[in-house]
Design a protein around this ligand. Structure first.
Ligand code: PLP
Length: 424
């Protein structure tokens, strides 16, 4: 049996423990929701204030040149590239994940329309994040294609000669299950299928190597494990082999080769810059850069590989303690035990009361979240994200202790924990 003393000892030996100082963590809170909205970097308020008061307030329009505003999407993109196995100059931080998905799916559809027009299907997982499915559905309507949704175990069999694109989220938002990106990409390529990867729950959470996996397109989120702040830009990467083949359809002036020539016709910039559309949000980009810098600060201690080791140790410990200390309360495990198949979150299931248990935990300072099931195969989920930059082993102990008390006292049954909020 693991004890609280064991957890304290693990924290004392943790080479990453000082990275916690890079964040402003609220008092008396164990924040297990960094997979949904990352914690604020301690550097962010001053940096954002400087962008507002000095760069905007004083330097005004000169900031586009003087303060590097114009190149911010590429500058932040280059930093993100270091976390996802991409080369410098191949990532831009821009727009939202949904919008970037629209761009890359459109580009992939253009490639297929030229190279293999008989392929008319996009395959994805039924439990993919809904916005990904909505964007794909809308584009399929526009292009006379079909979106085919499968369960993970049926994916391999669905990769047929009718399929144009395989669109997957690398780490599933509901279950925390992770695909083997290189193997899945190779299987798709063997059938002549392009791959689009969503890294929303991967970038900054698990090691990713887009180039080694020979992926075709990728998008990802800035406000989750990258700690960028609410609504900051997402990012987009395109394999250099595809980048210059087509325009993406949101052909705004920031994607033009020479925007300040103000020509009436569109000439796309080479490379990833053509994936920009209009004027980019400088205040948000500055906040995002602070977030990405917290991950790059771990490079001296081994970077993503070291973060991954700690993440697996934290999620292993959480699973073990829940099973040891909360047995008999109807909890199930939706996240794979196999390390190679697990992201940086643990998802528990319960037939009844999952939402209310999460609310009762939040009232006790343990912040996770709830994702509704579909009444069938996919159960209600209590979701806990583990960000090794600022979560420690004793935090895991304390979180499970609170969960145990919530279950043993049945306090989750109180009416105030059973009222649904707009955001769960
Ligand atoms: C969080 C998340 C998104 C969010 O998309 P937005 O456009 O930023 O709202 C998209 N896809 C996945 C898989 C996500 O987890």
């Amino acid at each position: 049996m693991t004890t609280q003393q064991d957890c304290i000892a693990l924290d004392a030996q943790d080479p990453l423990r000082d990275l916690r100082k890079l964040f402003t963590l609220p008092e008396a809170t164990i924040y297990l929701d960094g997979n949904s909205l990352g914690v604020m970097p301690a550097a962010a308020p001053a940096r954002v204030a400087d962008v507002v008061t000095r760069e905007w307030g004083t330097d005004l329009i000169q900031s586009w040149n003087k303060n590097g505003w114009f190149a911010m999407p590429q500058k932040v993109g280059d930093k993100i590239a270091r976390l996802i196995g991409a080369a410098p100059g191949t990532v831009v931080a821009t727009d939202s994940t949904s919008v970037n998905l629209f761009k890359v799916l459109s580009a992939a559809m253009n490639i297929v329309a030229t190279d293999a027009p008989q392929r008319k299907q996009i395959v994805s997982e039924r439990s993919n994040f809904p916005t990904d499915l909505y964007i794909a559905e809308a584009l399929c309507k526009q292009h006379g294609m079909e979106l085919v949704l499968v369960e993970p175990e049926d994916m391999a069999a669905s990769l047929t000669a009718n399929v144009a694109i395989l669109m997957l989220t690398h780490v599933n938002y509901r279950t925390g299950a992770m695909h083997n990106m290189a193997a899945v990409t190779a299987a798709a390529h063997a059938e002549g299928i392009l791959t689009v990867w969503d890294l929303a729950h991967s970038a900054g959470a698990v090691p990713v190597d887009l180039n080694q996996a020979r992926a075709d397109f990728a998008v990802g989120c800035g406000y989750k494990y990258l700690n960028g702040g609410p609504g900051v830009p997402a990012f987009v990467w395109v394999n250099t082999q595809h980048a210059d083949r087509f325009w993406q359809p949101l052909a705004g002036w920031w994607g033009h080769a020479t925007p300040f020539d103000f020509t009436p016709d569109y000439r796309p910039a080479p490379g990833i810059t053509r994936y920009q559309c209009g004027t980019q949000p400088m205040i948000s980009l500055a906040a995002l850069e602070c977030g990405v810098d917290t991950l790059l600060a771990a490079e001296a201690q081994g970077g993503m590989a070291a973060l991954r080791s700690k993440s697996l140790a934290l999620t292993d410990l959480f699973i073990q303690l829940v099973e040891e200390r909360c047995a008999g309360h109807g909890l199930g495990l939706a996240t794979p035990r196999e390390h190679a198949q697990r992201g940086s979150q643990v998802c528990l299931t319960r037939d009844e009361g999952a939402y209310a248990i999460v609310q009762a935990l939040i009232a006790r300072g343990v912040v996770g979240d709830f994702r509704a099931g579909d009444g069938g195969l996919h159960k209600d989920i209590l979701r806990f994200g583990f960000t090794p930059l600022y979560i420690g082993f004793e935090d895991v102990w304390n979180a499970v202790e609170q969960l145990k008390q919530v279950l043993e006292t049945a306090e989750w049954q109180r009416p105030e924990f059973n009222r649904k909020h707009a955001v769960t």
